[in-house]
Design a protein around this ligand. Structure first.
Ligand code: GMT
Length: 374
């Protein structure tokens, strides 16, 4: 198949799922055309089946807001026409699904039919999409997609709850490439960060409010008071300055490191003992899955789709959103040397259920169904 993939070029979340999916499909012999406004960070390898098309957004003094959606739709039309693309797969509904609808209509007026698959990732439904400013466009473009997938059952239910959507939505969970995400020997790195054998706790995110990083910091604060530990915070975003202040105010700045956006996050995960994801909402929790693949147990909230990933008492524990006391109790239990090896092993066993090679055929089958119905 020749597939056009549209996504945000982000370090995590939907951008990573889209890029890793495209890479996997290319290795399986499909021809993949990425259409984004910037090279996605994970598009870091050469494959004869991978092509990259940058969306050009010309500026003009009239535009207070550059019309990205129009530029994107035009690029989709160009790529489908010039490269003979069979299907467009757009990740994150806003504004990709409506731009794809526009491209589909333009192509149809030229006598060409290209079906559109939309994958819902989370905040496009739970946070941004249901805002009245976007809701009618989101509802319309989901209903007009030829195939719709969501990354968890919880997100599927949320979509039906918040939008007047009547299309079938297939749940295809996030996945992980175990050939990249596995526990590597990085003992020198661990020694440098934890010279006295401290336990290493990690949180990675885009530092948005929805991640509740305060809860991660407060959990760490209470854990380190009872057990020698260090905290690595990976990623960056709007909450960074506030969280840094909190860490200083708590007097734990020496035990906490802010690493910023890392390309090789698997190297950090390889030396971690525990991953924290206390999110307010989380449709799946890809960052947690990547940690689990590196044998890192998970202390998370029970929000959104997290119960579809984290198995209570097996791969870690879940607590109600904001229940820091419970997270502290659970973290201390998991980090206890008598329990930690079992939790690590269980985390990997669970991650294997979401290995790329298991999930990729679900997308291929979805595309084939959509193309047959076209
Ligand atoms: O985590 C984020 O805020 C980024 C966001 C995105 O859209 O890129 O991630 C969402 O999609 C990921 C991939 O499907 C999911 O694993 C994340 O759980 C989801 N984030 C939220 O629902 C907050």
């Amino acid at each position: 198949m020749k597939i056009g993939i549209v996504c945000y070029p982000t370090f995590g979340g939907s951008g990573v799922v889209a890029t890793e999916l495209g890479k996997g499909l290319a290795k399986n012999g499909h021809q993949i055309h990425f259409i984004t406004y910037q090279q996605p960070p994970r598009l870091d390898f050469f494959n004869e089946n991978v092509f990259y098309h940058e969306v050009n957004i010309p500026s003009y003094p009239l535009f207070q807001y550059a019309p990205y959606e129009s530029a994107l739709a035009s690029e989709m039309v160009n790529v489908v026409t010039n490269e003979n693309v069979d299907l467009l797969h757009v990740h994150y509904a806003i504004p990709h699904a409506s731009a794809a609808y526009m491209a589909k209509m333009i192509l149809r007026s030229q006598g060409r039919y290209v079906p559109v698959v939309t994958t819902l990732h989370g905040t496009d439904i739970t946070l941004v999409g249901k805002d009245a400013s976007y809701e009618p466009v989101v509802t319309f473009s989901i209903n007009e997609s030829d195939g719709v997938t969501s990354v968890s059952e919880n997100l599927r239910q949320d979509t039906y709850k918040h939008f007047n959507v009547h299309r079938d939505i297939e749940v295809i969970p996030n996945f992980v490439d175990l050939s990249r995400f596995n526990r590597q020997q990085k003992e020198h790195f661990k020694k440098a960060i934890c010279p006295n054998g401290e336990k290493l706790i990690v949180h990675t995110s885009n530092f948005r409010r929805v991640k509740r990083i305060d809860d991660a910091v407060m959990t760490f604060y209470h854990v380190q008071a009872q057990m020698p530990a260090k905290l690595l915070l990976v990623g960056d975003g709007p909450e960074r300055a506030r969280i840094e202040r909190l860490v200083r105010d708590l007097g734990i700045y020496e035990q906490v490191r802010f690493l910023g956006k890392l390309d090789a996050v698997e190297e950090v995960l390889s030396v971690a003992d525990l991953f924290l994801m206390p999110s307010e909402n989380e449709s799946f929790g890809l960052a947690a899955l990547e940690a689990m693949a590196c044998e890192v147990p998970l202390i998370s909230s029970n929000a959104g789709g997290l119960p579809e990933l984290n198995v209570q008492g097996v791969t870690g524990f879940m607590s109600p959103v904001g229940d820091v006391d419970d997270m502290v109790k659970n973290a201390l239990y998991v980090l206890d040397d008598a329990h930690l090896p079992t939790f690590k092993e269980n985390a990997l066993t669970r991650a294997k259920e979401f290995e790329l090679s298991r999930i990729l055929p679900l997308y291929e089958a979805h595309y084939e169904r959509v193309l047959q119905e076209a």
